[in-house]
Write a protein that binds this ligand. Structure first.
Ligand code: CU
Length: 204
C-alpha cells in the first residue's frame, strides 16, 4: 500500500502537466473566416522541459501541378522539410527570407531535396522558373501550433496550462511580424477568437 501511495505521488509530480485543446477562430477585418493562418501558443515560462518539437502533419512541401502544396506549412524550429517534385517539369525552389535563405537548383520528377529550418519566422518560397509558384513555411518556436482551415478555425492540441501568449501569422498580414496577445491556457478545452488586419490577398 505504501509503495502504491509513493508511486501515485511520484506519478503526480512527474506526470504530464495539465493541458487542453485551444480552439481559435480567425477572422479578417470584414468578419470573414481566414484560412491558412498560423496559430501558435507560447507558454510564458518557456516550453515544458522535454516537450518534443514535433507536429502531427508531414514536413513536406511538394511541387505538384506547378504549384506548391501546401500553401502554408508550419514546422517547429529545427525541422527538416522535404521538397519532392511530383511534376514532369523541373523546378528551382528558392527563398530570400531572413529566417532561411536557400536555393534548390533545378531538379526533376520524383527527385527530392531537404532543407533544415533552424531559425523561427516566415520563409516565403518561390520558383525561378514559375513566377506563379508561391508558398510559405512558418518556422515556429513552439510545437503548440495549428493552421486554420477554410472555416477559419485552428485547434492547437494539448497546450500546457498556465500563462501563455497567442501569436498568429498570415501571409497577407499588414503587420510584418506575427501579432500576439496574452492568452491564459485553462488546461481544458477552451475557445477564443482573433481578428487579423489583412492586405488584399497576394495570391487569391
Ligand atoms: Cu517551378
Amino acid at each position: 500500500m505504501r509503495r502504491l501511495v509513493l508511486a501515485l505521488v511520484s506519478a503526480a509530480i512527474a506526470g504530464p502537466a495539465l493541458a487542453g485543446d485551444v480552439t481559435v477562430e480567425v477572422r479578417n477585418q470584414a468578419g470573414q473566416p481566414v484560412r491558412d493562418a498560423v496559430v501558435m501558443i507560447r507558454p510564458s515560462g518557456g516550453l515544458p522541459p522535454g516537450t518534443p518539437m514535433k507536429v502531427s502533419w508531414p514536413m513536406v512541401m511538394a511541387q505538384q501541378n506547378v504549384s506548391f502544396q501546401p500553401y502554408v506549412l508550419i514546422v517547429p524550429v529545427g525541422s527538416s522539410v522535404s521538397f519532392p517534385n511530383k511534376d514532369k517539369v523541373r523546378h528551382h525552389v528558392y527563398s530570400f527570407s531572413t529566417a532561411k535563405r536557400f536555393e534548390l537548383k533545378l531538379y526533376g520528377r520524383d527527385e527530392s531535396r531537404s532543407v533544415t529550418f533552424d531559425k523561427p519566422g516566415a520563409v516565403s518560397l518561390g520558383c525561378n522558373i514559375h513566377d506563379s509558384m508561391i508558398a510559405f513555411i512558418y518556422v515556429s518556436d513552439t510545437p503548440f501550433a495549428a493552421k486554420s482551415g477554410p472555416d477559419g478555425v485552428a485547434v492547437v492540441r494539448s497546450a500546457p496550462a498556465g500563462g501563455a501568449t497567442l501569436a498568429v501569422w498570415h501571409p497577407d498580414l499588414k503587420a510584418r511580424a506575427a501579432i500576439a496577445r496574452p492568452l491564459p491556457v485553462a488546461g481544458a478545452a477552451q475557445r477564443t477568437s482573433i481578428v487579423l488586419d489583412l492586405k488584399p490577398s497576394i495570391t487569391r
